[in-house]
Ligand binder design. Structure first.
Ligand SMILES: NC(=O)c1ccc[n+]([C@@H]2O[C@H](COP(=O)([O-])OP(=O)(O)OC[C@H]3O[C@@H](n4cnc5c(N)ncnc54)[C@H](OP(=O)(O)O)[C@@H]3O)[C@@H](O)[C@H]2O)c1
Length: 260
């Protein structure tokens, strides 16, 4: 029975990953900060699918939290799939946020991904088996979210994943790595960050279960960059290929309105 470790497994995309992998018969290691939510999730997965889940309460924006999860990634039963999913964004513009909050975003969205990927790949390359799925964002492609550290953090995740996925060290060991680039997806993300959900229009919002189905399919097909839905495939193409001055016109500037 394969084992998957999912960060941010109690809500949104992480919860959908947990459901999908439980349904497929994986054993799970669920990571988030709230132990209560982790236990509830584990209980619900046991009741629905008979899944055995370990729960690991850890704040991945801290050294200790990362160390606890890294230590599990090197232990038995071996983790066959790591899903680096936990991530945050802010509604306040860069200059109103304070450096500590911005660093905290980087600690979770970037540093934890680096630490956990390193721990997972060390164990996986030794076993010559394993998969790593890193949740980035369409925002990581271009200037879609101005005055925020978030797009830069996700650009890092995309570049980091591509850089390792195509490396001899990883490929020769038979490890698959994918960066997932969701567009706007209905989860708790925006509510938690205080970001209004009145934009974009309803047809641009994705369903978390659908995003996860595409991500797992693309990972298994060996796709290094996965962009769920035709809408966001087109958006990603435009952000990559159209001139920056043009794509900047449609960017969301969080410093432009009520925050000034
Ligand atoms: N939703 C979107 O529109 C969208 C679009 C593109 C990319 N993404 C990316 O998708 C990923 C998942 O986002 P989501 O929308 O599913 O978010 P969500 O619904 O807000 O869920 C976040 C999950 O991460 C956990 N978490 C938050 N901070 C944590 C920390 N410091 N340490 C450990 N766990 C933490 C939360 O549990 P606790 O609070 O208990 O820790 C929760 O389980 C993120 O990387 C996000 O950037 C989302």
């Amino acid at each position: 029975m394969p084992t998957a470790l999912i960060t941010g497994a109690t809500a949104g995309l992480g919860r959908s990953f947990a459901e999908a992998l439980a349904r497929e018969g994986h054993r799970l290691v669920l990571v988030a900060r709230s132990e209560t939510a982790l236990k509830e999730t584990a209980d619900e997965l046991r009741a629905s699918y008979g899944t055995e889940s370990e729960v690991l309460a850890a704040d991945l924006a801290t050294d200790e939290g990362c160390a606890a999860v890294c230590s599990r990634l090197g232990a038995d039963p071996a983790v066959d799939l790591l899903v680096n999913n936990a991530g945050i964004g802010y509604e306040r513009p860069f200059l109103n946020n304070g450096p500590r909050a911005e660093e905290r975003l980087l600690d979770l969205n970037v540093r934890a991904v680096l630490r956990l990927t390193e721990a997972a790949l060390t164990a996986m390359t030794a076993r010559r088996r394993g998969q790593v799925l890193n949740v980035a964002s369409v925002a990581g492609i271009g200037p879609s979210w101005l005055s925020s550290t978030y797009p830069a953090s996700k650009a890092w995740v995309i570049s980091f994943t591509e850089s390792l996925a195509w490396s001899r060290q990883v490929r020769d060991a038979g490890i698959r790595m994918t960066a997932l680039l969701p567009g706007y997806t209905r989860t708790e993300f925006h509510r938690r960050a205080g970001i209004p959900t009145t934009f974009p229009p309803p047809w641009l919002w994705l369903d978390a279960d659908q995003v996860v189905r595409t991500a797992l399919r693309d990972l298994r097909r060996g796709k290094v960059v996965s962009v769920p839905s035709l809408r966001y495939k087109a958006a990603t193409w435009a952000l990559r290929h159209l001139p920056r001055p043009l794509t900047r016109q449609g960017a969301w500037d969080i410093s432009a309105h009520q925050h000034r």
